[in-house]
Design a protein around this ligand. Structure first.
Ligand SMILES: *[C@@H]1O[C@H](CO)[C@@H](O)[C@H](O)[C@H]1NC(C)=O
Ligand SMILES: *[C@@H]1O[C@H](CO)[C@@H](O)[C@H](O)[C@H]1NC(C)=O
Length: 336
């Protein structure tokens, strides 16, 4: 889902004005048809009521639910995640395996900058999204990462159909490319797509602040617009997420650095970034790229959170490119 779409622009409904007209014509005819009029009138009313209700309720603005592609594999368990230390080149290993303490309140200056960022949301989001989706600009998310080499380790959170993974793997051939995709139908596609690439590591779950399970309807083309932050719960497709910190530790962090984490996960970016920052683990990521979805209806205070993330990220990283409230990459301060 693009960072620009307001929820209300998705899904299509037509009003039934035609039926009303037909009903009026019938009323002029004989008694037998009168009953029909009443029935169709009731139907129109019912349609109209449910249609207008659906306008206010984002959960009904769903495209048709897709099949889950319900599969159970070992790769949907956190226990299946193994350390990347043995595969990691010495250059990117950390001797001390220590995590610096990050938990520090915002300074007055940071608070000021945060509130400026919140105030300018409308303008900056329109500008950021407008520029990012214009022409070929969006492909900066693939083309920007020239620092990646065959020694690099990339984490791709929200693998989707593998478009980003494909582009980056073809351009830079990173030695280890880890993809997380919680939606089984998409995960199955990814397994097929990358079955002959031994550098690709796939897991069938997502990340969040804590371990959790959701039951959702899989939406969009093959599931690419499924978000648990859009009132889309209560479907029958299981979607698993795990505690971000636990997952990152399992990979071998903080004893190794990660060259790039790229996050495009329909609203889960907020929890992941907040967790990485508050735990101090963020300092183990040399580059951090993420898409922001500030308009999903069930996210709590997305604008405030984005603006706070900006201030906290700026302590350890600098902006490499940015389309505000849309897509951006940050680079760790020690990297020239
Ligand atoms: C998914 O798989 C589980 C276990 O095989 C099964 O119990 C469940 O009914 C399946 N759900 C759907 C929607 O197919
Ligand atoms: C996530 O896991 C870490 C490490 O085990 C733990 O300290 C933290 O409390 C967990 N977070 C939540 C929200 O459960």
């Amino acid at each position: 889902l693009r960072c620009t779409y307001p929820v209300s622009e998705r899904g299509g409904w037509t009003s039934d004005g035609l039926v009303v007209e037909k009903g009026n014509r019938m009323r002029a005819q004989q008694g037998l048809k009168l009953a029909l009029v009443c029935v169709s009138g009731a139907a129109v009313l019912w349609l109209w009521v449910s249609w207008s209700r659906s306008l206010n309720d984002p959960t009904t603005l769903t495209m048709k639910s897709q099949p889950c592609g319900n599969i159970t594999t070992g790769l949907s368990r956190i226990e299946s995640v193994s350390s990347l230390l043995p595969k990691r080149s010495p250059k990117f290993k950390n001797q001390e395996c220590a995590v610096p303490n990050q938990v520090r309140k915002l300074s007055n200056k940071e608070k000021h900058l945060k509130s400026r960022c919140v105030e300018n949301f409308k303008r900056d989001h329109a500008r950021g999204a407008g520029e990012f989706w214009k022409g070929e600009t969006q492909y900066i998310r693939h083309k920007h990462h020239r620092y990646l080499t065959s020694q690099s380790l990339v984490l791709d959170i929200g693998g989707n159909k593998g478009e980003d993974a494909d582009a980056m793997i073809q351009a830079y051939h990173p030695g280890i490319y880890v993809i997380l995709e919680p939606i089984s139908s998409l995960f199955t596609l990814l397994v097929e797509k990358f079955k002959s690439n031994e550098n690709v590591v796939l897991y069938n779950f997502g990340l969040a602040a804590k371990d959790s399970k959701f039951y959702v309807n899989v939406l969009g083309h093959g599931g690419d617009a499924t978000s648990v932050f859009e009132g889309n719960k209560g479907g029958n497709c299981e979607l698993k997420v795990f505690n971000t910190t636990n997952f990152i530790y399992r990979l071998g962090v903080p004893c190794l650095d990660i060259d790039l984490i790229t996050i495009n996960c329909e609203g889960c970016e907020f929890e992941i970034l907040e967790t990485l920052i508050s735990s101090g683990l963020i300092s183990k990521f040399r580059h951090v790229q993420f898409a922001t979805h500030p308009l999903l209806s069930h996210l709590e205070k997305p604008v405030q959170r984005y603006c706070e993330i900006q201030e906290r990220l700026a302590r350890t990283h600098v902006i490499d490119y940015q389309f505000k409230f849309c897509w951006e990459t940050w680079k760790r301060k020690d990297i020239s």
